[in-house]
Design a protein around this ligand. Sequence first.
Ligand code: ATP
Ligand code: MG
Ligand code: MG
Length: 348
Amino acid sequence: TETLGILGGGQLGRMLSVAASRLGYRTHIYEPGANPPAGHVADQVTTAPYEDEAALRAFAASVDVITYEFENVPTSALDLLESLKPIRPNRRALATSQDRILEKDFLNGLGIVTAPYASVTDEASLQAAIAKIGTPAILKTTRLGYDGKGQARIKEPAQAAAAWASMQGAPSVLEGFVDFTHEVSVIAARALDGSVACFDPGENVHKDGILRTTTVPAKLTPSQRSDAILIAARILNALDYVGVMGVELFVTSKGLICNEIAPRVHNSGHWTQNGCAVDQFEQHIRAVMGLPLGDGSRHSDVVMENLIGDDVLKVPAILKERHAALHLYGKGAPRPGRKMGHVNRVKP
Ligand code: ATP
Ligand code: MG
Ligand code: MG
């Protein structure tokens, strides 16, 4: 039996592990934190820091292919692992998406439109960036941000100093505020042989910087839909990508603007679990294990709702709903902002 190694033991790792088991593979999770959600379903778990060279070597020796559900694995660990076993998606995809400036440079190099942006490393460069881009704008740390963390909105130039102070000296990027009508994402997959399959774009609603719901089908004209798929496919080909990627897009009257890319299965793709024969998790496993992809077609319309913090109190009511598929992550006590699970409401 082949074994898949997964770096990161959160809910994405958990759902990847379930999908891998279903295809007959073993899984081995590597996660520094204690009691990871994926630990309950994987065949094997290593709890060790990414600096533990012996643990990394033992992990690599026990697996055939390495993938990840967490983008911020230290470079030194990846260098060692890559010398021992294949890492899919590849290092370039990871490096590009880890840094918002590299990511935007890459996208613009492909002719894909992004928000206007400028690098910010101190208050003076923030002033220069505001002079160039104008307000309103958003200041974001270039690395490590997720769920809207590490961001400050700048409505007018007078707010610049406070925004820079909130970055705590971290290298940042100023982005022009995009006047979008709504947000969509494409969950796309590319196989070892270069074939690409995309799921239908989903429409995403955020609250407090965190994804709340994804609805398929998204409101898109036929040509916007083609554009979304073509943008995703161009990105995957350019990176010689293997695996599933999430591509976040803003819909504007002037066309689609790419917000960011995530080199992994994506929260906005969870609807595929109950809307498609082959969901994003199985699709990722198929890609990284060298199998043919599922075609990505949708058999049902779905609304996915994240259960964040105290939303889990709705679980008893959800269990009584018809056509509601519940997915819980086994995380224990709810905390504000913590993703505890999600529900996929399927349109019969
Ligand atoms: P994720 O959890 O998706 O990785 P993140 O922390 O990387 O989130 P972004 O996706 O960059 O953050 O931003 C979160 C949300 O903030 C976006 O989905 C969008 O609603 C809003 N936003 C971000 N950048 C812009 C922008 N330039 N213009 C307008 N709105 C924006
Ligand atoms: Mg992000
Ligand atoms: Mg995002």
